[in-house]
Design a protein around this ligand. Structure first.
Ligand SMILES: [Zn+2]
Length: 318
């Protein structure tokens, strides 16, 4: 797990290098392999690097893919989907859980080949405009505007369903969590959910407060999704290994407890620097600090989220 954190940190550090001015080599994804895990029914989890996890409904009607990782992996993803051996049919639909390029990088390749891309209104708007994602502190990275073929052509405000492979695949928007354009994807027949980056397993999460994300929304999304689901649901996180309801609860507990500590310090008039000096989140550091979001970066995240200082670019409420 630690090794996974390190590798994730290394990849993400490289990705944020242009703005963070940390000179590191470009990650070489040529050797990356796509790991396919059968989750339940006709739903599979695909992992190709330390980028976002993918989910795929693979059946007689074709393929519905949730997220599509980094651009250079698109051909390998297509080959891995074919390799499952269930269908020769193409990826008919792609649902983006949010706009970040470690979840949407394959859009251009798949979109140009005729896959129909679906996402929340705000995810499309942010893909189209590009911009800077960040926690309002030291963690930030640039996204260039996406080309036409990489853009979702169907968008929705609240939810949308795709009825294929005998499944009613539903994307439901939860406002202001990891970003302001997140969708959680439900596969009710297979009893699987993909929580996107509202739930990650690398430790303290990245919350894109510069794109309308907030810790309160992330908590509401995780709880709101899980309360709709049976206790034995299989949970695909945005990053990390396949998970379950108990692990999501533990993560939500951490988000609530750390938020309460920082909220109390904000009300006492403390600055983020004082909170870091006083090591207010020391009790969680050992388990959750990681190279991408270390404890100080998470203090910044919570501070900026709870004081709403970074919500100036929020696109829309619903
Ligand atoms: Zn993300």
């Amino acid at each position: 797990m630690l090794n996974n954190h390190r590798r994730l940190g290394a990849v993400l550090a490289v990705l944020i290098a242009p703005l963070a001015a940390r000179a590191q080599p470009i990650p070489d994804l040529r050797d990356a392999e796509i790991k396919v895990t059968k989750v339940a029914g006709n739903v599979y989890m695909l992992q190709g690097s330390d980028a976002g996890n993918m989910a795929a409904s693979v059946g007689e009607d074709g393929i519905v893919l949730v997220d599509d990782e980094y651009a250079p992996l698109a051909a390998k993803i297509a080959a891995a989907l074919k390799g499952i051996g269930v269908t020769e049919k193409p990826v008919r639909f792609i649902i983006n859980t949010h706009y970040h390029y470690d979840h949407t990088g394959g859009n251009l390749a798949f979109g140009s080949q005729g896959s129909t891309i679906i996402a929340h209104d705000n995810a499309r708007a942010r893909l189209a405009s590009g911009g800077t994602a960040g926690n309002g502190g030291t963690v930030h990275f640039d996204m260039a505007p996406a080309g036409k073929d990489a853009l979702p052509i169907i968008t929705f405000d609240h939810d949308v369903s795709v009825h294929l492979n005998g499944e009613d695949i539903r994307a439901l928007h939860f406002p202001a969590g990891h970003t302001d354009g997140d969708s959680i994807i439900f596969f009710p027949k297979a009893n699987v959910v993909h929580l996107g980056d509202d739930y990650v397993r690398y430790g303290f999460p990245f919350i894109d407060v510069q794109a309308g994300g907030s810790v309160e929304g992330m908590i509401r999304a995780c709880e709101g999704a899980m309360e709709k689901l049976p206790p034995d649901v299989k949970v695909i996180p945005g990053h990390g290994d396949l998970s379950n309801a108990a692990e999501v609860r533990e993560y939500v507990r951490m988000l609530k407890d750390t938020s309460a500590v920082i909220d109390k310090a904000i009300k006492a008039g403390k600055t983020p620097d004082q909170m870091k000096q006083e090591k207010l989140l020391a009790a969680w550091s050992g388990k959750y600090s990681n190279e991408f979001i270390d404890t100080d970066a998470f203090i910044d995240t919570l501070y900026n989220s709870l004081t709403h200082q970074q919500h100036t670019k929020y696109l829309k409420h619903n």
